[in-house]
Design a protein around this ligand. Structure first.
Ligand code: NDP
Length: 336
């Protein structure tokens, strides 16, 4: 069993030294458990938070413990009546090649319905984050303008396409010309703006001539600064992620913006509402049904960035926090 453990806690940007590859015995499944061989490991921005000891909505990974993470895995031994050898399941096995799991925590996947790796992306946690956050908090109406950043990633790409399904205008923000072209030409967003462009704020204003009714916040930082003045009265802001500040160390730069933000929250009747997708878990059956149909019908598209080999997970994860991924970042763990 090859596995990657947290060796030390990062200061700012994670480094290779923070993560260590180890070999261990393949565990034995107990009664009611299954032994899994991991096929795909999901790499997600929230893992940066788990590497830190700071208080958050979930406890940190202990030093020396296997890094956590969603996985798609194959059952190779079963001591649970509902699972047999060969079944493919969604599990939470972390950064390792093998794991034992209790049967109740697993979800069986149908490889003929969709590529199983999508259970970590558009048909999994990130897709559900987009679906639940946009529809429950953002509530886009026909003709409204919805802005989302990290627009080529699994959350942002899905947010924009779902906004368009509801008749809204989708404006994406992404880093660099390739991602921007993909968001506009392949995903069909109405407009896209490159946040690395020197005149980013002016271009965003041009792309939103009627202001912004829903801003799905994935990033914070300079992107927030550019979008905030464009918010219309009664705009809704699902606060989903703040990736621009996950590696931050000291106090934030620049003047204190809080008084101006609060003035507009009041005078424009804005709604800012943070969420963690798990709070909406009762919507999961609707999500699986609706999103499954939209994917089959080609109405929602997705892109995966597949990295080969568990040993390459640390570098790929470091890159995710800097925008080096292009699409849902997944590690193929059981490569031949
Ligand atoms: P992505 O695959 O989109 O990867 C992150 C992307 O963020 C990068 O590719 C990069 O895209 C962009 N980015 C990174 N740093 C910056 C920066 N400083 N300024 C602007 N953009 C930046 O990730 P996900 O789709 O998985 O996640 C998107 C967001 O959703 C994250 O903030 C994540 O934490 C959050 N999230 C929240 C959940 C919840 O329950 N609240 C659940 C799941 C995700 P680019 O090159 O285009 O800038």
């Amino acid at each position: 069993n090859r596995r990657i453990v947290l060796a030390s806690r990062p200061e700012g940007r994670p480094t290779r030294e923070n993560l260590r590859v180890e070999e261990a015995d393949v565990p034995e499944p107990g009664e009611g458990q299954v032994l899994l061989r991991v096929q795909y490991l999901s790499l997600d921005p929230y893992m940066r938070g788990r590497m830190s000891a700071a208080r958050s909505y979930a406890p940190p990974v202990e030093l020396g413990a296997v890094m956590v993470g969603g996985t798609v895995a194959q059952v190779i031994r079963s001591r649970h009546p509902d699972y047999k050898e060969g079944d493919v399941v969604l599990s939470y096995s972390g950064w390792q090649t093998h794991a034992v799991a209790k049967g109740d925590g697993l979800r069986k996947l149908d490889p003929s319905a969709a590529p199983v790796s999508t259970a970590l992306g558009v048909l999994g946690m990130p897709g559900f984050t987009a679906y639940s956050g946009l529809f429950t908090i953002g509530r886009p109406q026909p003709g409204e303008t919805v802005v989302v950043a990290a627009a080529s990633g699994p959350v942002g790409a899905t947010v924009g396409q779902l906004a368009r399904l509801k008749g809204a205008r989708a404006v994406g923000i992404a880093g660099g010309p390739d991602k921007c072209a993909y968001v506009r030409d392949e995903l069909g967003f109405d407009a896209v703006v490159d946040h690395r462009a020197p005149d980013f704020a002016a271009r965003l204003k041009e792309a939103c001539p009627k202001g912004v009714d829903v801003y799905f916040e994935n990033v914070g930082g300079a992107v927030w600064d550019a979008v905030f003045p464009r918010l219309n009265p009664f705009a809704r802001v699902p606060v989903c992620g703040l990736i621009a500040q996950y590696n931050a160390t000291g106090p934030f730069e620049g003047p204190d913006r809080l008084p101006i933000v609060m003035r507009d929250v009041l005078s424009k009747s804005l709604t800012l509402r943070g969420f963690i997708q798990t709070e909406f878990h009762s919507q999961l059956p609707d999500f699986y049904r609706e999103m499954g149909a939209w994917i089959r019908e080609g109405r929602v598209r997705y892109r995966e960035d597949i990295v080969n080999g568990l040993d390459n997970a640390p570098e790929a994860f470091i890159g995710l926090l800097e925008g080096r991924n292009f699409g849902k970042l997944v590690v193929r763990v059981d490569e031949a």
